[in-house]
Design a protein around this ligand. Structure first.
Ligand code: C2O
Ligand code: CU
Ligand code: CU
Length: 524
């Protein structure tokens, strides 16, 4: 890696390579911020609210004057927001009209293993019909062979694509798959995205991303800003080719689908255009009231250190929640350091400014337009009935070092052969996983040679230390993703509360993930 690091707790400079767009890009802050549609339920069956989502291609205008072909849930990017309530299980029937297999993962969800979206638990496209298995496996085989031939590190993991899919490795669903979500977890901002083995990065880049909110009565009783004072902001970067299509540096662009990433992008793919809710550098008109911003970093590899300012003067940000729910109490942050897949729930008080004020959201880790994110224009005076209480969660369960019954080490690193591995091993879906016991607390020591946003399925954790010191303020709360900084040691206290079976731990830099920086975790 050639990038110079500017060490800072939580984030430490950007790594990865920027893919330059080939078209004229819109002026930042010229297009209105849209909000993703909220998914309408189909009805209730056996006491569970049912939804359907269809993965399909669609042409959408992202840059004015160009039709960009996306792969989207219900043909939208980001996909529709699913709004669930704690304690009310739902079923989402996902179908797949794309040309490629998919696996849909609910990130941050406490979900049974069959519905977790494991990378080889695939929903085969309807159009594959009879040829399904051979065609699907041929893609993996081609990508693997390509990786071996040109020495690129993609797809060198030990899973050999056999002539017949080994049912111990592959689970193939046809037509549709019902994902069952228990929603038995704290109110939080979760998200769903594609998790297909070897191909998550290009498939997410094409648009397979959506948000999933869990609400509950405890949170509603706090009277936090809601309705039009609550904005979901899905932030990600993309680049456009000369035709206005999403550019991705695939190994072999002639494949009928996207293949693995070119070797010189193995640190991660960065786009030069910052999208919020699928729109480049939008502008939002807001009232002079408190606003709750649910921030999600849905980028493949881009890190952000977000600041809000008025004419260069910094605007205070109150963090109220992290990945997996509310903090014990709000805390002031000067900036929001966000690695891929992290969520920050924050409150900003626009009521402290006169109508007409413009507030800019920027990323200090990037320069030029890539460092801009979006703008708010305060254009309406309104009574504010919302509150920001001093206490958000009364009996917040703060884990302590002495709660841990086991200590484990997970090392995230590049090998001499230029492979991204965990504890020296590339991902093998058939390998025995780390066995953890449900309802116990473990101390996991995460070490790294790079910025690796480490993500755990099913279990949530709290950051205990960073590099032998107190964690950064932004590390607070229950999390499912934490950025482990280069040559850093991050200690987390991990807890799995429900469900048993096969889950995983992986780097959420999606290029690293596709290059097999994943490991099985078996909850028993
Ligand atoms: Cu958001 Cu296993 O990932
Ligand atoms: Cu996840
Ligand atoms: Cu990584």
């Amino acid at each position: 890696c050639s990038t110079a690091f500017a060490p800072k707790q939580g984030v430490s400079g950007q790594t990865g390579k920027v893919l330059k767009s080939q078209i004229d890009l819109p002026q930042p802050f010229s297009i209105a911020l849209p909000l993703p549609a909220v998914l309408t339920p189909d009805g209730i069956q056996d006491g569970k609210t049912r939804y359907t989502l269809t993965q399909r291609e669609a042409d959408v205008e992202i840059v004015p004057g160009f039709a960009t072909t996306i792969w989207g849930y219900d043909g939208t990017f980001p996909g529709p927001t699913i709004e669930a309530r704690r304690g009310e299980p739902i079923v989402v029937r996902v179908s797949n009209e794309l040309a490629v297999p998919t696996s849909t993962h609910l990130h941050g969800g406490v979900v049974a293993p069959e519905s977790d979206g494991y990378p080889t638990d695939l929903l085969v496209p309807t159009r594959f019909k009879g040829r399904v298995d051979a065609a699907m496996l041929a893609m993996h085989k081609r990508a693997q062979v390509q990786g071996q031939q040109d020495g690129s590190s993609a797809h060198q993991h030990p899973t050999d694509a056999p002539a017949e899919p080994d049912p111990k490795i592959w689970t193939l669903h046809r037509v549709a798959k019902d994902y069952h979500y228990a929603c038995d977890q704290a109110a939080s901002t979760l998200w769903y995205h594609d998790h297909r083995m070897d191909f998550s990065a290009p498939q997410v880049w094409k648009g397979l991303v959506g948000s999933f909110l869990i609400r509950d009565a405890e949170e509603e009783a706090l009277n936090l800003p809601t309705a039009d004072q609550e904005l979901l902001l899905v932030i990600c970067d993309r680049s456009f080719d000369a035709d206005g299509q999403f550019a991705y540096p695939a190994l072999d662009p002639t494949l009928t689908e996207l293949s693995g990433v070119q070797d010189d992008y193995m640190d991660g793919v960065l786009g030069d255009v910052i999208l919020v809710n699928g729109v480049p550098w939008p502008v939002a008109k807001v009232s002079n009231t408190r606003h709750r911003l649910r921030l999600l970093n849905a980028s493949n590899a881009r890190q952000y250190d977000l600041t809000l300012s008025v004419n260069g003067e910094s605007v205070p940000i109150s963090q109220i929640g992290s990945d997996a729910g509310l903090l014990a109490r709000p805390q002031r942050l000067d900036s929001v350091p966000m690695s891929p897949a992290e969520r920050f729930d924050v409150v900003v008080d626009f009521g402290t400014f006169p109508v007409g004020t413009e507030v800019v959201l920027e990323n200090t880790l990037a320069t030029g337009d890539s460092g801009k994110v979006m703008k708010f224009i305060i254009d309406e005076a309104k009574d504010d009935r919302s509150e920001l209480p001093d206490v958000l969660v009364k009996d917040f369960e703060q884990l302590r070092r002495q709660d841990a019954q086991k200590t484990r080490l997970f090392d995230f690193r590049m090998t001499a052969e230029r492979m991204w591995v965990i504890n020296g091993e590339a991902f093998d879906p058939s390998a025995a996983g780390t066995r953890v016991e449900r309802d116990t607390v473990e101390l996991w020591r995460l070490t790294s040679d790079f910025n690796h946003p480490v993500h755990l399925h099913l279990g949530h954790f709290q950051v205990l230390t960073r590099d032998g010191r107190e964690p950064a303020p932004a590390d607070a709360g229950w999390k499912d993703t934490v950025n482990v900084t280069p040559y850093g040691v991050t200690e987390v206290l991990v807890k799995f509360t429900k469900f048993e079976g096969r889950y995983m731990l992986h780097c959420h830099n999606l290029e690293h993930e596709d290059m097999a920086m994943m490991a099985n975790v078996d909850v028993v």
